[in-house]
Design a binder for this molecule. Sequence first.
Ligand SMILES: *[C@@H]1O[C@H](CO)[C@@H](O)[C@H](O)[C@H]1NC(C)=O
Length: 257
Amino acid sequence: MRPWYSVTFLLLIVPFSQAIAAGLPCKISIRKRRYNLCPLFGGGSQEQASSNVYSVMRDETTPPTHTRYHYAISLSAADGVPWDNTLPADLQCPRGTWICLTVINTRPNHPSEPERILSVVPVSKGDELDPKVKLLDEEVGGNPILQLVLHGGQYMNQKQKAVFQFSCDRSELEGTIPNYLWNWNGTHTFTWASQYACPSFIDTPDDDDKKGPGDPDPDPPENPPIDEDDGESLSHGHRTEIWMWFFLCSLFTCVVL
Ligand SMILES: *[C@@H]1O[C@H](CO)[C@@H](O)[C@H](O)[C@H]1NC(C)=O
């Protein structure tokens, strides 16, 4: 009977799609700020979802070859990055991967040669996304950067994660895209400037609770190795302290004389 069939279908499908949608809430409240990132993630509508697969490229000249790092990023409550039926399964990320890195190598002097896929890295996967948000100390235009970390990928026994650093930029209206920042030790970092990363403020003075994806990330992403020549600069606090000692010592010298 058809009605019975439909009800079963709904019971199966509805919790499942909700679970996926719940994997990455796009409305985030944190430390009295409220963000609506839905337009960036795809908004949940099918139309937008299909158009919100972002391509982020990084090119490297690696003579005698050329290497392209291609990230496919799908943050909507869909099935992750699209599956390509024309490609063998081992040349693409598993189904359900939201962020997939493909490293492609070509030989510029041999344009007729087919490109070679060097590695396929699932960075974040829908079922183990475990999204974490926090506000960074770093500010852009008076607003702290909102960081979102998405987990779930694994490559060569190393866990992978994607880090998005959203900064409020009111001049970036529609159509902003993530920009590659760095990739190191399984952490793939992107910046994303958009008007949608501008917070509105919640005026409940004692409400320091945040509602949104998970808890603050307990392990902040490792930074890429620092250039050894980039010495640690003296902070403002240190400088004040030095001047204070200088002042006290001068005073003491005067008293003694
Ligand atoms: C690289 O990441 C792994 C976790 O996947 C961590 O255990 C390891 O300490 C990291 N290596 C460095 C050099 O930070």
